[in-house]
Design a protein around this ligand. Structure first.
Ligand code: B1M
Length: 207
């Protein structure tokens, strides 16, 4: 069923992905397994096809829509019920970058672990993170970037937060981003995946 889900995702069949997620849940498969063995490997395989010019942007966009629909189905099952917010996190994909699947996943995992999320979407200007953090009394700012050309925007956000004296941690992640890069731009946190983002933000907010 999970293999079939990967195929439906790659083919951009949104209704099929939704229905297969429903079937997997009904069959008692844990949501984390559906995510890690169904949806994410499907997206990874698509990434390889995209890189090799075997599929192109329109197909990837349709698949991304199917992925987000599948994630939407999983969200209530990943979320912990009725937990008091552990903190407020502003999240967004940096300026010039339109990739939102990883960012959505991080937001979802944080929500599921009891954080209140202010999601600014994609292509977010540095000053918007700052405004939202101030307006919402956020305890951390989480940045996502998927392109080597846009990850440089992360430094602008770190610089803006430092200059503001707000004093809250900026945590970064996304496929091209590394711990070394985080150190280089003075971001206080880094996470390679959504589960680590929950741990890293928890550690920094508690510190
Ligand atoms: Co884009 N794209 N894309 N694309 N795209 C990549 C990223 C690419 C690696 C594909 C490739 O060539 N192999 C490549 C980047 C090369 C580079 O810079 N190194 C690329 C390119 C080049 C481009 C365009 C420039 C293509 C073009 O126009 N010629 C263009 C840029 C548009 C723009 O943003 N300005 C473009 C466009 C697109 C689509 C719009 C078609 C679509 C995005 C749709 C959407 O997001 N709604 C798309 C997609 C889907 C991809 C791939 C195939 C899949 C990305 C994805 O969603 N992965 C991607 C190839 C790949 O990554 N293998 C590719 C699944 C997701 C769950 O993983 O986002 O890595 P990821 O998130 C992970 C971690 O990184 C981490 O946790 C997540 C879960 O574990 N994480 C964080 C992410 N954010 C975090 C934030 C945190 C912490 C952890 O905060 C604390």
């Amino acid at each position: 069923m999970l293999k079939e889900m990967q195929e439906a995702l790659i083919a951009g069949k949104k209704a099929d992905v939704e229905s297969l997620v429903d079937q997997a849940l009904a069959a008692g498969l844990p949501a984390a397994r559906i995510l890690n063995e169904g949806l994410i490997p499907g997206m990874e395989r698509l990434g390889v096809l995209f890189k090799n010019n075997e599929v192109f942007i329109p197909e990837v966009l349709v698949a991304a829509r199917a992925m987000n629909a599948g994630l939407g189905k999983l969200e209530p099952h990943l979320a912990a019920a009725g937990v008091k917010p552990r903190g407020i996190v502003v999240i967004g994909t940096v300026k010039g970058d339109l990739h939102d699947i990883g960012k959505n996943l991080v937001a979802m995992m944080l929500r599921g672990n009891g954080y209140k999320i202010v999601d600014l979407g994609v292509d977010v200007l540095p000053e918007k993170y700052l405004e939202a953090a101030k307006a919402n009394g956020a305890g951390a700012i989480a940045l996502s970037a998927l392109l080597t050309t846009t990850m440089v925007q992360m430094k602008n956000v770190v610089d803006a937060v430092e200059a503001s004296g707000l004093g809250i941690p900026v945590v970064i992640g996304g496929a091209p981003v590394t711990r070394d890069y985080a150190n280089q731009i003075r971001a206080r946190g880094f996470a390679p995946d959504a589960a680590s983002a929950v741990e890293e933000i928890g550690r920094l907010i508690a510190a």
